[in-house]
Design a binder for this molecule. Sequence first.
Ligand SMILES: [Zn+2]
Length: 68
Amino acid sequence: MICQNCGKALEGQNPRQRFCGGPCRAEASRRRRAEAVRLPLVEAMTALRQAQVAVEEARERLAGQGQE
Ligand SMILES: [Zn+2]
């Protein structure tokens, strides 16, 4: 087993042990929380960008129709 945070080999044989110590456990959980906040934000930004592209395309289509 290795520490899930720093990759250091774990001394103990406890299969449920995932971190070499409290600081690594705390850092890993902090990182997981940060990720949980960041991912929805990225998805929202992607959706916003797609909406902007759709608006742009619709505007170009309308402009094209106006010239006909
Ligand atoms: Zn560690």
